[in-house]
Design a protein around this ligand. Structure first.
Ligand code: URA
Length: 242
């Protein structure tokens, strides 16, 4: 009988990422065959051992993967303590979905939802460095011409300094088109994902974000999926992500 470490079993069941599962174990929330297990590294057989978390048996649901085009005004957590609508509410599924990473409430675009805890961990951990590509409508000072905007965006290549002394890692940015005298659509590709990062980067060059949309995460593109709509990922896309 194959045995796997307990934290991996929890992650496979979609309870949490492997790292969070370790926290659940050491906090005394996990029992195996009725016995509390708080030491990491215990091994279990999925077919034979009865594992519970918070007293509830593990459920091995099939893994599901969805791509949602998030509208503005929707929060990207699994639950909201203020009762606001979340991205999970927009993707009806009997599986317990969690969003992979975050988008600000006012941002739109690509967000993945899955019950695959391992994949969620890998896609959100900085060491895996999946590119994230955004399109932003930015407002620049009235006296900036196109050349000045281009020069400002070039600063991202060296990594700009943001709030709290944090330095953004190098990112690529370019103008897509000019919308009006002082508004431009720009494309920005990041290799990390800190809170409000694009907004902070744009602020650091003396401009501001009017609209922000994520169009790609690693190998997955938003494409022409309409706003508020979702679709399952294809087998090929799931393979690429893993
Ligand atoms: N950067 C931001 O500032 N906001 C987002 O929602 C995503 C990236």
């Amino acid at each position: 009988m194959t045995k796997i470490v307990l934290q991996k079993a929890l992650a496979l069941a979609g309870v949490a990422s492997r790292r969070r599962a370790e926290g659940l174990i050491t906090a005394g929330r996990v029992k195996v065959n009725g016995q509390l297990v708080t030491k990491l590294g215990s091994r279990v057989a999925l077919e034979a051992d009865k594992i519970t978390v918070h007293g509830k048996p593990l459920l091995f649901e099939p893994k599901v993967y969805f791509l949602l085009h998030k509208p503005a005004g929707i929060v990207s957590t699994a639950r909201d303590d203020r009762g606001r609508k979340t991205v999970v509410d927009l993707v009806p599924s009997k599986e317990r979905l969690v969003p992979v990473g975050r988008l600000d409430v006012n941002s739109t675009g690509l967000i993945l939802l899955t019950n695959d805890g391992e994949l969620t961990y890998e896609l959100t951990h900085p060491k895996f460095e999946h590119d994230k590509e955004y399109e932003a409508l930015i407002q620049v000072p009235h006296d900036w011409d196109k050349k000045r905007v281009e020069a400002a965006l070039k600063k991202f290549v060296h990594g700009v300094r943001l709030a709290h002394g944090f330095k953004a890692s190098p990112a690529q940015a370019k103008i897509l088109n000019q919308k009006s005298n002082d508004r431009y659509w720009v494309s920005i590709t990041l290799h990390e994902g800190r809170k409000h990062q694009v907004r902070q980067m744009i602020n650091s060059i003396g401009a501001s974000v009017v609209e922000l949309k994520r169009v790609r995460m690693g190998p997955i593109n938003l494409g022409d999926l309409a706003i508020g709509k979702y679709r399952p990922l294809t087998e090929a896309e799931i393979k690429l992500l893993k």
